[in-house]
Design a protein around this ligand. Sequence first.
Ligand code: EPZ
Length: 421
Amino acid sequence: MAEQQRIIINGGKRLEGEIPVQGAKNSALPLLAATVLCSGECVLHNCPHLSDCDAACRILECIGCRCRREKNTVTVDPTVISGTEVPTQLMREMRSSIIFLGSVLSRCHTCRLSFPGGCELGPRPIDFHIKALREMGAVIEERHGYLECSAPKGLHGARITLSFSSVGATENIMLAAALADGVTEIHNAAREPEIVDLANFINKCGGKIKGAGGSTVVIEGAEKLAGCEHRIIPDRIAAATYLYCGAITGGELILTGADHAALRPVTAVLEQMGCSIYTYGEGNIFINARRPLTSPGTIRTNVHPGFPTDAQPPLMALTAVSAGTTVFVENIFENRFKHAGELVRLGANISVEGRVAVVIGVKSLSGAELVATDLRGGAALVTAGLAADGTTRISGISHIDRGYENIEQVLRSVGADVKRQ
Ligand code: EPZ
């Protein structure tokens, strides 16, 4: 069905107030996949209402788990796994469904899923995932667009070195290793906070994972894993986005339930741009922005604890109206500047050459009709629309709903003139 709804913003309103930070999408997805490893009920608190989380629950139900949601708590009963195929439609809808491969293979010794399509950010291959699982004893054949995976004797531990600190590959290996026979070492592992959250969950279920958050993660395979109750960490990218929204409107916001440490790469840039930021108490972040902000210079995205690629698109919107020239170097994805063209429609001065984008700050933006083509690019358009004179209408908002819980209600609650129509 052609998408009819749009987000409509009348820009220029200064944001002021308090925003509770949602649970992390990029932790909820691997955690939902991890419930497949468990032989008892799992309760996940602070699970955001997002279409990607709904898709993950649909995958769990397709393979026989029972899922139920009460507000932001999702309960999964994985005692009976009656299927091992991830439906093609769901693989297409959410390429990160590949994260189910490790846990289904580890629990059931067989798994079938269609090759995840590329996505708006570039080809997004899964070669690191496949190579690692083969080293753990999986037989994986690609046939007619499907991955036929089996581990007749079960998976076994292995010493794996990733050529790139891939988040998804690190998570998939942890999931596969959790019930494998023996010890698995992951060298050059991803160090994102979501990796630590996954390790904490698996350890709560009786797993033995050490070193998560560092470059070497060691997983001792368990016979069986029980269920557990777990609170998902806060979403550092949603938090970054709302900090940018406060900054671009010259506003004053308090984020509650945030993780200061995980946000340090982002708050450091905002302070460099002239924002005042104070962190206090259990996860509170205060931001005050005196416009005009100044350019942060060069932003190079990198693996954690470098500047997060997911926080690059909405930051570009902020630099579009900051004094000076900002150079973005996108080192993680091949094609993550699609939002630049849409920002130019608002009057931004941005030129893109491959993985480099040059943004020359302008005094103001003016509202226009925009199209979101990916999740964080859509967030960039919303961020810019808040500061643009006049009305900005954004279509393609199903992309935004994949990662931001009730974004227009959140922004309206702190003074934005925004609605979904
Ligand atoms: C996770 O994606 C996140 N998604 C992404 O967030 C995030 O941008 C990314 O990590 C980097 O931080 C989830 O956690 C669900 P990668 P993932 O494997 O695991 C290449 C968002 O907006 N690569 O670290 O797919 C790949 O092409 C999303 O919330 C291979 O070449 O990221 C990319 O260039 C977007 N072969 C780079 O590595 C592989 O087998 C980073 O990928 C796997 C990845």
